[in-house]
Design a protein around this ligand. Structure first.
Ligand code: CP
Ligand code: NVA
Length: 310
């Protein structure tokens, strides 16, 4: 029996380690089928509505292509075109969309809106990024680490930069799956204490370790994986210049990479701002797996949709 059927995917925290393992295993199976040209229409006749209140390249394309490859159909729903944009309550939108669709993916600002949508929908709701979390990204990242290193347990990952949505989901996902995570972030921009607390609770069960430091060199010490994200997220555009100064010591450049373990994977959820959080040289280096990460969004989310909606 598939324990994920009909569930929402708002945070990795809502899923056990064995459920996440099952998602990763099925993602690998679907990826193998796709590469061999074996059809896998497990969502034939199903529909996914995709609500976007923020821009997207990877999330939109990977979900739309993913549902199509599974035999279903994806509808791109810009919030500007929905009545929601004119003030129709989220709860009404959730109830109405539940009468047409088999699943909803939403990208928005306030995490509470996604929770409200899920509370009033009778179909699975998938979080495609909020200001708080980006669980689809972390799922694809775990898949990438597992594929590249061969396992998750005991891997040392370091995240440098802003303690944002991507950092939060990595904290929850890594700690649950036994990946040690060391976050290097400046004062005032560290991940939320409530997320770090949950991650530490997860880590005490999985046997992993969660560290938060202001020292970027300490964060990458002994790292098998070095990860970064933009310094100013969507919605923080006017802080961009101020943040550039604050975050400059956290840039992933060749000097910092040298402080990690030899051959450490370099990861970035993309889009990247070259010369800011990462240098062109490192982004293009052999150690960089950013395109595999981007590709794995497709496979991880296909697994997710199939397990929630089939
Ligand atoms: N990484 C990611 O979510 O990219 P998009 O904003 O392009 O969807
Ligand atoms: N932290 C970034 C991630 C983009 C995929 C943002 O929220 O803009």
């Amino acid at each position: 029996m598939n324990s994920l059927l009909g569930r929402h995917f708002l945070s990795l925290q809502d899923f056990t380690a064995s459920e996440i393992d099952a998602l990763l295993d099925f993602a690998q199976e679907l990826k193998g089928k796709l590469k061999k040209g074996i059809p896998h229409p497990v969502l034939a006749g199903k529909t996914l509505g995709m609500i976007f209140q923020k821009p997207s390249t990877r999330t939109r394309v990977s979900f739309e292509v993913g549902i199509w490859q599974l035999g279903g159909y994806g509808l791109f729903l810009s919030s500007q075109d929905l009545q929601m944009g004119r003030g129709e309550p989220i709860k009404d939108t959730a109830a109405v969309l539940s009468r047409y669709l088999d699943g909803i993916m939403i990208r928005t600002f306030d995490h509470g809106e996604v929770e409200e949508l899920a509370a009033h929908a009778t179909i699975p709701v998938i979080n495609g990024l909020t200001d708080l979390l980006h669980p689809c990204q972390a799922l694809a990242d775990l898949l990438t680490i597992k594929e590249k290193i061969g396992h998750l347990d005991g891997v040392n990952a370091a995240y440098l930069g802003d303690g944002n949505n991507v950092a939060h989901s990595l904290l929850l996902g890594c700690s649950r799956m036994g990946v040690n995570l060391s976050v290097g972030a400046p004062e005032g921009y560290q991940p939320l204490e409530e997320i770090v607390k949950k991650a530490r609770e997860n880590a005490s069960i999985s046997g992993s370790k969660v560290t938060v430091t202001q020292d970027p060199r300490e964060a990458v010490h002994e790292a098998d994986v070095i990860y970064t994200d933009v310094w100013a997220s969507m919605g923080q555009e006017e802080e961009k210049i101020a943040r550039k100064k604050i975050f400059s010591p956290y840039q992933i450049n060749s000097e910092l990479v040298k402080l990690a373990r030899p051959g450490a994977l370099v990861m970035h959820c993309l889009p990247a701002y070259r010369g800011e959080e990462i240098t062109e040289e490192v982004l293009k280096s052999e150690q960089s797996v950013v395109l595999d990460q981007a590709e794995n969004r497709l496979h991880a989310q296909k697994s997710l949709m199939a397990m929630l909606m089939a």
